[in-house]
Every structure is written in C-alpha cells, then in structure tokens.
Design a protein. Structure first.
Length: 55
C-alpha cells in the first residue's frame, strides 16, 4: 500500500539550536522540533506515556 507524502515548511533550519527546541503548528498538528547532533528531528507534540502536550 503506497502512502502520499508531503512536506510543510514550519521553521528555518538556521533558527533551530541544540538548546532551543520549538513547538510549531502544521496542518492542525502540534509538532516538536529538535536539533540534535547535527540533525533536525520532528515528533508529535505529546507524551507517549500520558498523552499530554509539551509546553
């Protein structure tokens, strides 16, 4: 089964730093952006254990 992928620009990579994670909104989803060891990571903005959102 194939899935369609699309990309939405939510931040400038130059604005992401190791000490400054960001919470952004895209297509109705809250997303946490992290810069770690030279790579950008995006995760669903919710705790997998309790389901609450990060501040």
């Amino acid at each position: 089964m194939a899935t369609e992928q699309s990309f939405v620009r939510v931040a400038d990579a130059d604005d992401l730093r190791e000490d400054n994670p960001q919470i952004v909104q895209a297509d109705g989803h809250s997303i946490g952006l992290f810069f770690h060891e030279g790579e950008v990571h995006a995760v669903d903005n919710r705790c997998p254990h309790m389901g609450s959102r990060y501040p």
